[in-house]
Design a binder for this molecule. Structure first.
Ligand code: PLP
Length: 436
């Protein structure tokens, strides 16, 4: 309660806007997840630049959320904003491709080792299109996903295991689609369960993150991803790596960092410097089976793409982001900061004799209130919303923003060691207050 009061005292302008917003906006926010931040009402942000965010009360934060990876490379970077402004002044939406599309396709092909690319408005959008293509190519009805995965608001993927049964994910509004009929769900890090399920012959594609990131970071055990590739190939199931978050592993995501060999890859929000966009790439074999029929209009592409898909603004933003701020040299700055965060948090955990744990993937790190879980169900069982909420609010009240989901901190080349140390200090004080 003391932290809630402190939050309210610090943010009178946000409080006034939040009060006004309850009239015109459902739940007082433009998007439901914005209610998930700690505090009695949402903070309204005024500006963000590099690794800093300033709210409407003029309070400045070290931003370790970075738009839940949507601004992974840093906010409002001049190279990106110049490209966006330049493109905006020359027209955005025409239903024709811009020259940037060719550059972006070639660059994504080089990074991910997949030759053929398409654009989408968001990773949700891209995943929906990939599922349609996979069903079309295989003639099979189902998508397979990992238990407690998240791939955006794609109805068929909002499913979890309840024992052996596939049920709607808790909290998903519904009932929407009958997930037991559309979706196969398997536990992460369990190759045998995957083999057994795919042997039933009704799965078009396996859509997965190479490491789970949306229930906290759960890393693949040695040999697991290789087994997944062998099993999917043996059962004729297309393997799709959703790299929306795992782009934190490097400029070519986990696919390039770990030498993976998927049939399709989806890349989402981090590639456009904050502009809504995504892309998906495929092997030559998949492309050959789609491209000819599409050009001959033998495939009716209703259900894939939209008016704004591949718009010139998104392509200019992606080109600027890939060419100037999502490169090896940027990871060479950001990753050591994430390592410093991990060491700092591990120090606090050790000092207090807790069995908590801190996990890292590239420039992203996350702490657990338990030893590292092996799969999504164990990760979900380990979530402690009250403890998480207290730590987030404590940090926010002292100028450090974590994501509203889990205990995630993301590092860009624009953070400094002092930013990391600020978090370690504030986190240490919070843990002392808790255990003290
Ligand atoms: N895929 C993964 C792995 C994600 O983490 C997310 C969002 O966090 C999405 C897809 C959906 O992205 P968007 O909300 O931009 O559609």
């Amino acid at each position: 309660a003391a932290e809630e009061d402190r939050f309210a005292r610090l943010h009178p302008s946000s409080a006034a806007l939040a009060e006004q917003a309850r009239g015109p906006l459902l739940a007082g926010v433009p998007m439901p997840w914005m209610t998930r931040w700690p505090g009695r009402f949402p903070l309204f942000f005024d500006s963000a630049s590099g690794a800093r965010l300033t709210d409407v009360d003029g309070v400045e934060y070290v931003d370790l959320c970075l738009g839940d990876t949507g601004a992974m490379t840093g906010h409002a970077l001049p190279q990106v904003t110049d490209a966006i402004a330049g493109r905006a002044s020359r027209g955005i939406t025409t239903m024709l491709p811009s020259a940037d599309a060719v550059w972006v396709g070639e660059e994504l092909a080089r990074r991910f080792g997949l030759p053929s690319w398409q654009l989408a408005m968001s990773a949700t959008d891209a995943n929906r299109f990939v599922l349609r293509f996979a069903r079309h190519l295989t003639g099979r009805p189902r998508v397979a996903v990992m238990d407690w995965c998240y791939h955006g608001t794609v109805d068929e993927t909002l499913a979890v295991l309840d024992g052996d049964r596939v049920v709607a994910r808790p909290g998903a509004l519904g009932p929407q689609v009958p997930v037991a009929e559309t979706t196969a769900v398997v536990p992460f890090n369990d190759a045998e369960a995957l083999d057994r399920r795919l042997a039933e012959g009704d799965v078009a594609c396996l859509l997965m993150e190479p490491a789970l990131t949306n229930i906290g970071i759960v890393l693949p055990e040695p040999g697991y991803l290789e087994a997944v590739r062998e099993i999917t190939r043996r059962h004729g199931v297309l393997l799709v790596n959703d790299e929306t978050h795992t782009l934190c592993a490097g400029p070519g995501g986990a696919t390039a960092a770990w030498g993976l060999d998927p049939d399709l890859v989806v890349v989402g929000k981090p590639i456009g410097g904050g502009i809504p966009c995504a892309a998906y790439g495929m092997t030559a074999e998949v492309a050959d089976r789609l491209s000819g029929p599409m050009l001959g209009h033998e495939i009716d592409v209703a259900g894939v793409g939209g008016t704004l898909t591949g718009n010139a603004l998104a392509l200019a933003a992606i080109r600027a982001t890939l060419s100037s701020c999502l490169r090896d040299e940027d990871f060479a700055v950001a990753v050591p900061l994430a390592e410093r965060f991990t060491a700092g948090v591990a120090g606090v955990i050790a000092e207090h004799g807790l069995d908590w744990h801190v996990q890292r993937l590239g420039c992203r790190a996350e702490y657990w209130f338990c030893p590292p879980p092996r799969d999504g169900a164990a990760a979900a069982a380990a979530v402690d919303e009250d403890l998480e909420g207290f730590l987030h609010l404590w940090c926010l009240n002292r100028g450090v923003l974590l994501t509203p989901f889990h205990n995630m901190a993301l590092f860009s080349p624009h953070h400094t060691e002092a930013d990391v140390d600020r978090h370690t200090e504030v986190f240490g004080d919070a843990v002392a207050a808790l255990t003290g």
